[in-house]
Design a protein around this ligand. Structure first.
Ligand code: FES
Ligand SMILES: [Fe+2]
Length: 349
């Protein structure tokens, strides 16, 4: 499956971008060099000098220009070569580098990998609950050697927490939870509600559930193309309505690194109204979440990728279960969007 191009992909946490420093990162198989310019904006260039194709990030960034380390051509934020130290200094027409629109929102850096003329910041997935202005965030990152859509499947079908994370995030009530899948426009919602559940002691402690108390738990996942998810995870004492419960927001954002590897950005948010306690909870929760994600999900996803290799997912005829509704809906929608994007404009053949 090829990639959706005309959309925003997360390229990093905004605070990874420090003025004057280049941040090289491969996204969708393309080497990109990004940096924060002197006005505080984010810039991205193809990380390949058009002269002899060395990575530009090996050069020097000064005055919002990158000077190639090999023979000294300099490129500005528009990708134009602005200095040629050789001969009469004339700039060859082909001495240009592709640039990519970037935008910062909700503490995240977003990049547009398609037609720059279509880049509209209004299309950035809404992560208001994760805004560092209003929330303390526990943030983390994993580099996973698996295709990003396998990652989407993983989050849209959280029945797996009963089996893969039985001693941490799961319990024996999860697979029998009530599932609802809804689609509104291009947004897919996959919701799972469990009843009369006993959380693991550690999860209960981290989420403020008194020892021994049974709960009803909801795990609501929102998916937006291409691979941006927001989980709202909450609980109430068994039998009470949601409005009497409490919940947290967790991001699962996947950006393709290559066809078979993924940048995985995840974070958990606690309101700043909680004061120092919110900061402590954010730190403690993210440390704790990292454990099952690293030692349980990641090896499973990487083993899955090894088996699938570059074979087409549907050609393998996957068995479909009741829990697959959300993941299948998102896959189909993404495939449709990619197909539509690749269709020649009407009137052309
Ligand atoms: S490779 Fe960059 S200037 Fe020669
Ligand atoms: Fe998991």
């Amino acid at each position: 499956m090829s990639f959706l191009r005309n959309c925003w992909y997360m390229a990093g946490w905004a605070d990874e971008f420090v003025a004057g420093q280049m941040l090289p990162r491969t996204l969708l198989n393309e080497p990109i060099v990004m940096f924060r310019d002197s006005l505080g904006g984010l810039q991205a260039l193809h990380d390949r000098c058009p002269h002899r194709f060395v990575p530009l990030h090996l050069g020097v960034l000064a005055n919002d220009r990158i000077q190639c380390a090999y023979h000294g051509l300099s490129f500005d934020c528009s990708g134009s070569c602005v200095h040629n130290p050789h001969g009469n200094g004339a700039i060859p027409k082909a001495a240009r580098v592709r640039t990519y629109p970037m935008h910062e929102r909700h503490g995240m850096a977003w990049i547009w990998m398609g037609d720059a003329a279509l880049a509209d910041p209004a299309m950035i997935t809404d992560y208001t609950p994760m805004d560092p202005q209003t929330a303390y965030l526990g943030k983390s990152y994993l580099h996973v050697k698996a295709n990003y859509v396998l990652e989407t499947d993983n989050i849209l079908d959280l029945s797996h927490i009963e089996f893969l994370h039985g001693s941490s995030l799961g319990s024996d009530a999860v697979a029998q939870g009530v599932i609802e899948v809804e689609q509104h426009g291009d947004t897919v919602h996959s919701r799972r509600t469990t009843h009369d559940e006993q959380l693991t002691p550690e999860l209960a402690r981290l989420r403020g559930v008194p020892p021994g108390q049974r709960v009803d738990r909801w795990l609501d996942v929102r998916w937006n193309a291409p691979c941006n998810m927001l989980l709202n995870s909450g609980h109430t004492p068994s039998g009470l309505g949601r409005e009497q419960g409490r919940s947290v927001y967790v991001t699962h954002i996947f950006t393709p690194h290559t066809d078979a590897s993924t940048h995985y950005w995840f974070a958990i948010a606690f309101s700043k109204e909680l004061g120092e306690e919110g900061r402590r909870l954010a730190d403690e929760n993210i440390q704790w979440l990292r454990q099952p994600f690293t030692t349980e999900d990641m090896p499973m996803l990487e083993a899955q990728q090894q088996v699938i290799g570059d074979q087409d997912f549907w050609a393998l005829k996957p068995v479909l279960l009741a829990s697959d509704g959300g993941a299948v809906r998102a896959r189909r929608l993404l495939e449709q969007m990619i197909k539509q994007e690749q269709m020649p404009p009407s009137g052309l053949s």
